[in-house]
Design a protein around this ligand. Structure first.
Ligand code: NAD
Ligand code: WQD
Length: 344
């Protein structure tokens, strides 16, 4: 898909969420028109208002569920959708172990109803939010797209692997589909304005928002899960990437949706950092001290993984350009300006 004289309209499911809102911003800046479908179960409409203010653009927002086929049909009738970016879903690993049905319903059933509506409307271009978690526990690092999907240790990861399989089968059955399945590594950071960012409900599960909330005084200290992993400093290593780089990766993937079939892309930097690296970088860049203690390992955590990001560079012309300092500075700008997130 190319941006021509007209600006194509993209349906963004889950567009009010963390990655979705940053991607909507990148789309508007790239000349696209955007329709967002989100049930706001883990987000706020305020994020979209702020994106509009930042871009001077207008977003068509539909508050609804991606599993609601009638709602989807209305959207595809009302708007001339050129392609879909599908973020909508649940993402908390621990919660998925306790509530597997909710995960399969939102993530798998949600994608099925979306694809059905797309097929009916003749819209067959899709960018899907997948995850590095699909590589499972035994893949050697760096992860490459050619590796088979492994056995994820939790329903969240399995829901992503299942959806990839469904999308692959759809593309095999009908060559007019074009799908990019983007396997994100660890997105962190925020738009440099500090106006939009990650706003988790309750106590954050993920490292970066946890650190940010310690820094702002909302949480007393960080528990670092494990100090005896086989890494240089004993803490786990991940491939953290700036959410604006990730957002731009979606625009790059959208442009490639003229190629038939499904393609998988790792979106990461290709560089791993340990938990202690992240804590120290945050302290250095922001001048805030982070109180921490070492705790037991968290079940299901892998010692170290990062991306081989060369395929995205070669085929999408995309690579992450923002470094760790920018990720830390932008996280802090968002958190310090919005200590209570969008509810403040
Ligand atoms: P998020 O929770 O901030 O965004 C998801 C959005 O989808 C939310 O706005 C939520 O309200 C909406 N939503 C959920 N279920 C819905 C439904 N049934 N119908 C309509 N809207 C629904 O999460 P995020 O971090 O922005 O993640 C976006 C996508 O990327 C998810 O699919 C997630 O699994 C995937 N992903 C995230 C990460 C990460 O670390 N954040 C990593 C890999 C993959
Ligand atoms: C990073 C590191 C923790 C919190 C998860 C999902 C994955 C993907 C991204 C969606 C780990 C350590 C964390 C804390 C800590 N999401 N940590 N104290 O686990 O790599 O990936 O989010 O697809 O599927 O599994 O990210 O940010 O939770 O953890 O020490 O309070 O920080 O042990 O080493 P993770 P994370």
């Amino acid at each position: 898909m190319q941006i021509g004289d007209t600006s194509p309209t993209i349906l963004v499911t889950g567009g009010a969420g963390y990655i979705g809102s940053h991607t909507v911003l990148a789309l508007l800046e790239g000349g696209y028109q955007v329709v967002v479908l989100d049930n706001l179960c883990n987000s706020s409409e305020e994020a979209l208002r702020r994106v509009e203010a930042l871009t001077d653009g207008a977003i068509d927002f539909v508050c609804g569920d991606v599993r609601d086929s009638a709602e989807l049909e209305r959207i595809f009738t009302r708007f001339e959708i050129a392609a879909v970016i599908h973020f909508a879903g649940l993402k908390a690993v621990g919660e998925s172990v306790r509530s597997p049905l909710a995960y399969y319903q939102n993530n798998v059933e949600g994608t099925l109803s979306l694809c059905q509506a797309m097929q009916k409307a003749g819209v067959k271009k899709l960018v899907f939010s997948s995850s590095a978690t699909v590589y499972g526990a035994n893949a050697p690092v760096p992860y490459r797209e050619t590796y088979p999907r492994g056995n994820s240790s939790n329903p969240y990861g399995r829901s992503k692997a299942m959806v990839e399989q469904v999308l692959e089968d759809i593309c095999t059955a009908d060559a007019s589909w074009s799908v990019a399945s983007l396997r994100y590594f660890n997105p962190i950071g925020a738009h440099p304005s500090g106006l939009i960012g990650e706003d988790p409900l309750g106590i954050p599960n993920n490292l970066m928002p946890f650190i940010a909330q310690v820094a702002v005084g909302k949480l007393p200290e960080l528990a670092i899960f494990g100090q005896d992993y086989p890494t240089d400093d004993g803490t786990c290593i991940r491939d953290y990437l700036h959410v604006m780089d990730l957002a731009e990766g979606h625009v790059a993937a959208l442009r490639r949706l003229s190629v038939a079939g499904i393609a998988y892309f790792n979106l990461g930097t290709g560089q791993g950092y340990s938990v202690l690296d992240i804590v120290q970088a945050f302290e250095r860049v922001t001048g805030r001290k982070i109180a921490y203690r070492f705790a037991e390992r968290r079940e299901g955590d892998l010692p170290a993984f990062w991306a081989d990001a060369s395929k995205a560079k070669k085929d999408l012309g995309w690579s992450a350009s923002r470094g760790l300092d920018e990720m830390m500075a932008d996280t802090w700008k968002w958190q310090s300006k919005n200590p209570k997130g969008y509810r403040g």
